[in-house]
Design a protein around this ligand. Structure first.
Ligand SMILES: Nc1ncnc2c1ncn2[C@@H]1O[C@H](COP(=O)(O)OP(=O)(O)O)[C@@H](O)[C@H]1O
Ligand SMILES: [Mg+2]
Ligand SMILES: [Zn+2]
Length: 546
């Protein structure tokens, strides 16, 4: 085990001593530098921001700026007695108070009484009051008096994580600076810098995990880094960090999805076992996997992949290797898998079963399509699958445009006369467009002359907006006709049952439960799985894809 003091070692060792060594906070540094070099000094400063972003660090540097023996400066020498004493925490004119532990008014009074004595060796008496919001009301009042008429030789530097709790009367007398939390990239660069200096080897992925876990705090990132070094026996690797933090590495989750996309059952099972052996919780794995599927679905349906984001290449490749429907299904299975974990024989079985189920439901369409050769760059443009990644216009505009259809209609469709004809006709429509969705939800009511009468369940009312486009589509297939679509208010259920959409939904439900039962109940399959076997894709009837 490592002790707390050891865990804080790097943070302490690498506390910046000069403005230029600070990570971020450029806006604060610029303003302070300007004030210091133009001699326009305030008597009270307030630094706000979450923990570990540099409040105390800035306060100490500022104390040096004010007291460096070479004069007030934005670049204290770091060599003179004052600078050295401040860095070492033994400068007699610098008082650091932690308000979290000294909240009582007597202490504040005593402190402030001393303020009126001239500095012993420095130019200014500097009071750093940390977590100032913790002071009692009386202590605030005592401080306020000094803040109102501060002696010329006195500087206040207040810091707080919670400025809301600082009385306005105090706020209004301070020059306030909001410190910003660090981005993941900033933290990674800092960690890398420190590791290089410390000559410790690390994996890039490990540093990202640490940086993410630190949630913007440099101090937190450094204390995790300390632990990771101890944990990894002198090196920082992703596996160790993931274990330490109890998180699943993005890489591991992506690897599972890749095994799935490659329909590589053994690799998939191996990956799952690896994660469990590393001490991950099955629930966490499924949660992270669902999050990955959500990202993929987003890229496939809503927004093109952003090449800047992490793992852009891997994500893009997965969106091409997995069909839209399969991504959706995997998301559902992951969520369901989490729910079912408590019922599973054990965590490993529950987790393995969820992933095997995802594998089992890869559709025929997915399987027959060609795949990218191993190691091919997703940017090389190799088309991996029939379904293309994100192209928002593709999704939101109808697939069918009238001129296209006119060509196709050369095959000529007979005018429908009965419900069966209508269903057949709808089945031949190219899937995917909104007008076709309307058709799929419509129920045949009859025909008078060239007029088709259809009804639409109230629940699908929004699709009515597609009527004109559906009409154009039908005209192109059947010749001149009219459409009469009535909303069905009363018997929505009955009507819905007769639409193509309802039929397909019922059928896919049946197929799904059939297939699920097959995997879950077949003793042979279970025995094979238990022995480390894999389900041969295709041995289970997949859900029909639209
Ligand atoms: N902006 C920063 N740049 C570089 N290191 C920082 C920064 N902020 C915090 N640190 C690191 O975290 C430690 C704690 O920072 P500190 O200034 O005490 O944070 P707080 O904002 O909680 O007062 C420092 O010793 C330093 O190692
Ligand atoms: Mg602090
Ligand atoms: Zn100096």
């Amino acid at each position: 085990m490592i002790t707390i003091s050891e865990a804080l070692a790097l943070a302490r060792k690498w506390r910046p001593k000069r403005f230029e060594d600070l990570l971020g906070q450029e806006h604060v540094v610029r303003a302070l530098t300007h004030a210091l070099s133009s001699g326009r000094l305030h008597h009270a400063y307030l630094f706000t921001g979450t923990r570990g972003v540099g409040k105390t660090t800035l306060a100490r540097i500022l104390a040096k700026c004010l007291n460096c023996e070479h004069g007030v400066t934005a670049t204290p020498c770091g060599e003179c007695q004052a600078c050295q004493d401040i860095d070492a925490g033994r400068f007699s004119d610098l008082l650091e108070v932690d308000a979290a532990t000294n909240t009582r008014v007597e202490e504040m009074r005593e402190l402030l009484d001393n303020a009126h004595y001239l500095p012993v060796s420095g130019r200014f008496k500097v009071y750093i009051i940390d977590e100032v919001h913790m002071l009692s009301r009386n202590a605030f009042n005592a401080m306020l008096k000094t803040l109102e008429e501060p002696p010329a030789h006195m500087k206040f530097i207040l810091a707080t994580t919670d400025p809301q709790k600082v009385p306005v009367t105090v706020l209004s007398r301070c020059l306030q600076f909001g410190l910003k939390p660090m981005t993941v990239d900033q933290l990674v660069s800092r960690l890398q810098f420190i590791l290089d200096a410390e000559q410790v080897n690390s994996e890039a992925q490990a540093l990202r995990l640490i940086a993410k876990a630190a949630r913007g705090s440099v101090r937190d990132s450094l204390s995790v880094l300390d632990q990771a070094i101890a944990f990894g026996g002198g090196a920082v690797n992703a596996q160790g960090v993931a274990e330490l933090l109890g998180v699943v590495s993005d890489e591991a989750v992506i690897a599972l999805a890749q095994a799935l996309a490659d329909q590589d059952g053994p690799r998939l099972v191996q990956g799952v076992e690896g994660l469990m052996n590393a001490g991950q919780s099955a629930d966490m794995v499924l949660q992270d996997f669902a999050a990955l599927m959500q990202k993929l679905a987003f890229i496939q349906l809503a927004a093109p992949a952003n090449p800047e984001r992490e793992y852009a290449a891997e994500l893009l490749q997965l969106t091409q290797a997995m069909s839209i429907a399969h991504v959706q299904l995997c998301y559902q299975i992951a969520l369901g898998g989490r729910r079912d974990l408590t019922q599973a024989p054990d965590e490993l079985a529950g987790l393995t079963m969820s992933f095997l189920r995802m594998l089992a439901f890869i559709s025929e369409q997915d399987k027959s399509s060609s795949r990218a050769p191993k190691n091919s760059s997703p940017h090389s443009g190799t088309p991996v699958k029939s379904l293309q990644p994100a192209n928002p216009t593709k999704v939101s505009t109808p697939v069918v445009s009238v001129p296209q259809i006119v060509e196709r209609s050369q095959a000529s469709h007979p005018m429908p006369n009965a419900s069966d004809d209508w269903v057949k006709l709808v089945d031949t429509l190219p899937s995917g467009g909104a007008p076709v969705e309307l058709a799929r939800h419509c129920v045949w009511q009859g025909r008078t002359g060239q007029k088709l009468h259809l009804s639409l369940p109230q629940a699908n009312k929004v699709l009515l907006a597609m009527t004109d486009r559906l009409l154009a589509l039908l005209v192109s297939l059947l010749g001149p006709l009219q459409l009469d679509i009535q909303l069905d208010h009363d018997s929505a259920d009955r009507v819905a049952e007769q639409s193509v959409a309802a039929r397909d939904q019922a059928a896919s439900k049946a197929r799904l439960s059939e297939a699920e039962l097959a995997i879950e109940n077949d003793p042979v399959v279970q025995a094979l799985l238990a022995a480390g076997g894999r389900i041969v894709p295709g041995s289970i009837k997949p859900v029909k894809q639209h």
